[in-house]
Design a protein around this ligand. Structure first.
Ligand SMILES: *Cc1c(COP(=O)(O)O)cnc(C)c1O
Length: 448
């Protein structure tokens, strides 16, 4: 075999003069252009060494492609057409314009912990506390990084070195390795399991509670349901038992909603205000589940208990950043106008989209996607919210001969400039259109 002719390869400097590379250098800088040129030359040398041929004019574009790939941000927008509305892996609730504007406003300097009246140090919770108390009827409120942190902070503040009582039917795993027994252990609380998996009675709590009880905990079983021969203790009863023993009653709602979803024709989830009215001392819930805001954990409840939480040194390690805080404030403000909430809050808009509208969209889009059929599907709310509820929807369905070919088609959609994420079910690739907001952007990608 003839030895490869490396003399066809240009020098790095010559390659840098290629118009494709010159453009890449202008956009990404000389260092990136140089690295891209070296990478393209190394690839070409390997290809020649393996007996391949080389078209020298391909080197510039190949280098530019390497540079562009490195320049693309890792965290990117995608089309979530999976049929799971609040998809934890795809960023949960899409934020409203108002929140996006608030994030931009807070991105520079802002009065994060600065009191503009007095010119002294302020409190970062002040930006959301009044809204949260107004919307839930609580005496006080604070926000942390996510609901997992909220639960950890509550347990540690109330029950470190003491008993935390919880029903055996509520020892949940939320996903992403959030398991209640492990969180309790890390919070320093001694978990006391009460009752049985399917039935827990008031008398079980009365027998377990005592001077060592730091708190009585109720965990909303958000991602599963216990059905059949079951019993649990109602909030108000449990709150009274806890109060009689001088222990706070804390409720982790998970996906707490701030408006009655029945008003929008959606199934009901328990609301923080209801748990507080029933006697809960503290209630925790997520900012980016049914609330429709940014990732955050919200704690509302009695002023003395919230003050205790704020004094916990752990709090500092869980505080919410200014961008999330700005978004949360903007989202909470939308709740002051429930009449327009379903138009303005994307999560609620998506959940309440009429199926006729989705169907019309499906028929508009189907001709643009070769081989697509319009099919009836059921969207899920996601993030463990209302796990057994389904929302009728329409999807574009693509078929392919065999599972491998279907996987390949799904992968091709994920490689689009704005990746399109569907799901494979019953031998078809499905794109649930309930969550498709930007139809024009979607169409223009299909056309190219
Ligand atoms: C989702 C959930 C959590 C965790 O909330 P994140 O905001 O994801 O940290 C905790 N408890 C319950 C009951 C949940 O549903």
């Amino acid at each position: 075999m003839a030895s490869p002719d490396f003399s066809v390869l240009p020098s790095v400097d010559r390659l840098l003069e290629d118009p494709a590379l010159a453009a890449a250098a202008a956009e990404y800088g000389r260092a990136e252009a140089l690295a891209g040129a070296r990478r393209a030359l190394a690839d070409a040398r390997r290809a020649l060494g393996a007996g391949g041929a080389l078209d020298p004019s391909s080197l510039g574009p190949a280098a530019a492609a390497h540079i562009a790939a490195r320049g693309r941000p890792s965290l990117r927008r995608v089309f979530n057409l999976t049929g799971v509305v609040l998809h934890t892996n795809l960023g949960r609730a899409p934020l409203p314009q108002e929140a996006v504007a608030a994030i931009a406003e807070a991105a520079g300097n802002c009065n994060l912990e600065y009191d503009l009246e007095t010119g002294r140090r302020g409190d970062r919770d002040s930006h959301v506390e009044a809204l949260l108390t107004e919307l839930t009827g609580a005496e006080a409120a604070l926000a942390v990084n996510n609901n997992a942190a909220a639960v950890l902070l509550v347990l540690n503040s109330l029950s470190a070195g003491r008993d935390a009582l919880v029903s055996r039917g509520e020892l949940v795993e939320i996903g992403g390795s959030f398991r209640m027994p492990e969180i309790m252990a890390r919070a320093g609380a001694r978990m006391v399991e009460v009752g049985t998996t399917n039935r827990t009675h008031a008398s079980d709590f009365e027998a377990a509670i005592g001077p060592d009880t730091g708190c009585v905990m109720k965990v909303h079983t958000s991602n599963y349901e216990v059905v059949g021969f079951t019993a649990s203790v109602p909030d108000d009863r449990l709150a009274r038992i806890a109060e009689a023993a001088g222990a706070p009653y804390a409720v982790d709602l998970g996906a707490g909603q701030l408006v009655d979803l029945a008003r929008y024709g959606l199934p009901q989830e328990p609301m923080p205000g209801q748990a507080l009215a029933a006697g809960a001392g503290l209630v925790t819930f997520s900012g980016d589940k049914l609330l429709g805001g940014p990732q955050a954990g919200i704690i509302v409840g009695r002023a003395d208990l919230v003050a205790l939480l704020k004094r916990n040194p752990m709090r500092r390690a869980m505080r919410l950043g200014k961008l999330s805080l700005a978004a949360l404030e903007a989202v909470l403000r939308l709740y002051r106008d429930p009449d327009r909430l379903a138009e303005r809050l994307p999560a609620l808009r998506i959940l309440t989209r009429p199926v006729e509208e989705i169907e019309a969209q499906a028929h508009r889009l189907a001709p643009a996607m070769e081989g697509a059929e319009v099919v009836t599907v059921a969207s899920r709310i996601g993030s463990g919210s209302l796990p057994v509820e389904r929302l009728e929807s329409r999807a574009l369905a693509l078929s392919a001969p065999g599972g491998k070919a279907l996987e390949a088609r799904a992968a091709a959609f994920r490689r689009l400039p704005v990746p399109v994420i569907g799901r494979i079910a019953e031998g078809r690739l499905l794109f649930d259109l309930r969550t498709l907001d930007d139809e024009d952007a979607f169409l223009s990608q299909l056309a190219s």
